[in-house]
Design a protein around this ligand. Structure first.
Ligand SMILES: [Zn+2]
Length: 191
């Protein structure tokens, strides 16, 4: 899945990259953003209601995001996609430039990372595009935490919320159906 994030969701876009989704960030006015989404055939992700409405008008696919909370935004994106799109760390992309990551031999990064990092880590990756080097540093825990929230806790919470909402509306529709059936039965009995 290829996404184009509205500039206001830049941080979310970088996280989507970390979780393996090909994500670009669009800057400029709305018309420019729409042109880019259309010409690159990417799905636009935005929190701007008006921009989402314009997408609909001109036939550009769009994911309209409501939440301001990162994990919930990511959840909304996966829900809008209708399938599992996030994969971490298997498909992780460079959060800085969207490039693909590849494992690099430790000795090749000796000059590129702090000495302490070099000594305490075995595995390193580099971005094929911007050549930035990555390792499982302190931020790793935070990333796995967000990913975990996205995949388990958050899903459960939202699922149970949806269930309770669905349950209520179902109860209402059932009771109105029952009422209708009763009314019909009364009519028949009268005849
Ligand atoms: Zn990069």
């Amino acid at each position: 899945m290829r996404l184009l994030f509205d500039e206001m969701l830049e941080k979310t876009a970088r996280w989507a990259r970390l979780f393996g989704v090909n994500s670009l960030i669009a800057k400029g006015d709305d018309s420019k953003i729409l042109d880019l989404a259309s010409s690159t055939r990417r799905i636009l992700v935005t929190r701007d209601k008006q921009l989402a409405a314009r997408c609909k008008k001109i036939g550009v696919r769009c994911f309209f995001i409501k939440s301001v909370v990162l994990a919930t935004q990511l959840y909304e994106i996966e829900k809008a996609a209708g399938k599992k799109i996030f994969s971490f760390p298997k498909k992780t992309r460079c959060p800085a430039c969207n490039g693909r990551l590849a494992i690099v031999a430790k000795q090749k990064v000796a000059e590129k990372v702090p000495r302490l990092v070099y000594r305490s880590h075995k595995k390193f990756w580099f971005c094929k595009q911007c050549k930035k080097v990555y390792w499982q540093g302190g931020h790793w825990k935070n990333i796995t935490g967000v990913y975990g929230a996205l995949k388990t806790r958050l899903r459960r919470v939202l699922f149970s919320k949806a269930l309770s909402r669905g349950g209520r509306s179902e109860a209402i529709s059932l009771s109105s159906k029952t009422r209708l059936r009763r009314r019909n039965r009364v009519k028949k009995e009268r005849k």
